[in-house]
Design a protein around this ligand. Structure first.
Ligand code: FES
Ligand code: FES
Length: 151
């Protein structure tokens, strides 16, 4: 039996322990904000937090989240929008929106570890999150604004 917390709620799972966490949050818990892109840890669309760290849920088996605290995009804004989400809205970051939950989760991890990231920090931290619509300039601007506001 695998026990974990998702967005602050305790869950237990006794299915296939090799099933990716992404299927669990989307299909079992109905948390469809986290997206499937590549399925190979190459695009970042499926990014969630595991114990505060950004992880690719498409390649993370349920066996690896025993006792973990998972936060998805739904949990991030549970008690009011996170400063990163507010900045995303203000800068109209999304185009199609498909990659954006992953982008936001990655950006939140960055700001949690570095309150005032440089352009290089942002580039490095966000390099694995692909946006087919090319919203990278707005993503960078929104991260900087969120950093300023949280300072
Ligand atoms: S769907 Fe997980 S990294 Fe692309
Ligand atoms: S907004 Fe369309 S893929 Fe990023």
């Amino acid at each position: 039996m695998i026990r974990l917390k998702v967005n602050g709620v305790e869950h237990s799972f006794d299915g296939d322990s090799e099933m990716p966490l992404l299927w669990y949050v989307r299909d079992k818990l109905g948390l469809t904000g986290t997206k499937f892109g590549c399925g190979e840890a190459l695009c970042g669309a499926c990014t969630v937090h595991q114990n505060g760290k950004a992880v690719r849920s498409c390649v993370l088996p349920m066996s690896a989240v025993q006792g973990a605290e998972i936060v998805t995009i739904e949990g991030l804004g549970k008690n009011g929008l996170h400063p990163v989400q507010k900045a995303w809205i203000r800068f109209n970051v999304p185009q199609c929106g498909y990659c954006q939950a992953g982008q936001i989760m990655q950006a939140v991890e960055l700001l949690n570890s570095k309150a005032a990231p440089t352009d290089e920090d942002i580039e490095r931290a966000m390099a694995g999150n692909i946006c087919r619509c090319g919203t990278y300039q707005r993503i960078r601007a929104a991260i900087k604004a969120a950093a300023r506001e949280s300072a």
